[in-house]
Design a protein around this ligand. Structure first.
Ligand SMILES: [Zn+2]
Ligand SMILES: [Zn+2]
Length: 363
């Protein structure tokens, strides 16, 4: 009998309970590092081999070390078009564009049948979608495709480059400090905000956590270790024997609050940094300042986010949303289907109902 591999799971579903006690699972493949795909990987039985992109894993390792969490140990790494054999199955990863770095689509071949799982992907990032389409296998039996945006209001997606141009306008118009609320792991967005900061003559500031993550990648992502115009800061004073103090001191491009208050900057922030922002506001005025909200709008309903945004407004910041989705829109999904030419399509990662799915893919 063909061994069974779950390609996409990590919400604790009853069907995959065996993953935590090692029953009938030969391997686990992680398409990318977002927590809805990776979150429970730490609970997987240690005898079950785990595969993930090497650069993606590098980021997770740095993030875990910063948070003092013990990382999982992968059995092997996903690399574009490098086949992995698991019993009588062949697994082939295909690099794709998504808001998480090092994301893969995964082809599973077994007993003459082929399943392609898209993971999460998009066609409007900095990596050309045409390249992805050219690389992908054709005439698969089943395409398991993500459909996140299908259950959202249909809007035209903006490319990261167009977003950058809009952000530049906002940064230039702001006469006070600029803050950007975004993920420390969305590298396309970090590049967008860094380029916009540079084009508006502002210094780009990353807190220590973001600095550790971006610096682990090297030259391709703005980071304070290799970019002269990126600086890092800490949100609290760590005692001299604290591991984070040592991490901070290794950066030549580090900066303290007394310098920051005189700078023309774009500071990357997270909701956990609210008390630091209050403290910074005691040292400098936020008048005519800006907070760019750069996440999916649905997160604005989160109580922690509500509190953060309202406090920022109280401190004098104007809040603007500037974001483009990390997921494929309807046209991109149809383009993928048209290229891969599957016999059957299954849409997952969506709240949309089956009827609507059928009406979309039958077009
Ligand atoms: Zn994702
Ligand atoms: Zn996802």
């Amino acid at each position: 009998m063909c061994p069974f591999i779950y390609l996409y799971f990590l919400t604790k579903l009853t069907q995959v309970e065996g993953l935590f006690v090692r029953e009938g699972f030969d391997a686990v493949f992680i398409s990318h590092t977002h927590s809805d795909h990776l979150g429970l990987v730490y609970d997987i039985h240690p005898d079950i081999p785990i595969y993930i992109g090497e650069r993606g894993y590098g980021i997770i390792k740095v993030s875990d070390a910063y948070k003092n969490i013990r990382s999982f140990i992968p059995a092997g790494f996903l690399k574009h078009k490098q086949k992995i054999k698991i019993n009588d199955m062949t697994i082939t990863p295909y690099l794709c564009d998504h808001s998480a770095y090092d994301s893969y689509m995964i082809l599973v071949e077994c007993m003459g049948e082929r399943i392609l799982y898209t993971g999460d992907f998009r066609g409007h990032g900095r990596k050309p979608f045409e390249w992805t389409l050219k690389e992908l296998p054709k005439y698969v039996d089943v395409l398991i495709c993500e459909g996140t945006t299908l259950s959202r209001v249909k809007v035209d997606v903006q490319s990261e480059t167009d977003l950058e141009n809009d952000v530049v306008k906002q940064f230039r118009e702001a006469k006070g400090p600029v803050f950007v609320l975004m993920s420390s792991m969305n590298f396309d967005r970090i590049v967008t905000m860094y380029r916009a900061a540079k084009r508006s003559n502002r210094v780009f500031l990353e807190d220590l956590y973001m600095a550790e993550i971006t610096s682990s990648i090297g030259q391709s992502v703005p980071n304070p270790a290799t970019f002269k115009d990126v600086r890092t800061f800490v949100t609290r004073m760590y005692p001299s024997d604290h591991p984070r103090r040592k991490l901070f001191l290794k950066y030549e491009n580090r900066v303290g609050i007394n310098s920051i208050k005189h700078m023309n900057f774009v500071m990357c922030v997270r909701t956990s940094m609210l008390s630091y922002l209050r403290n910074l506001n005691k040292n400098m005025s936020f008048e005519y300042g800006l907070l760019v909200y750069s996440f999916w709008s649905g997160y604005r309903r989160n109580p922690v986010m509500i509190e953060f945004l309202s406090e920022c407004e109280n401190m004098g910041l104007k809040i603007v949303t500037m974001h483009t989705s990390g997921h494929a829109n309807e046209d991109t999904i149809l383009k993928l289907i048209d290229t891969v030419k599957p016999k059957e399509v299954k849409i997952v990662h969506t709240e949309i109902d089956t009827k609507r799915i059928e009406s979309i893919i039958d077009r």
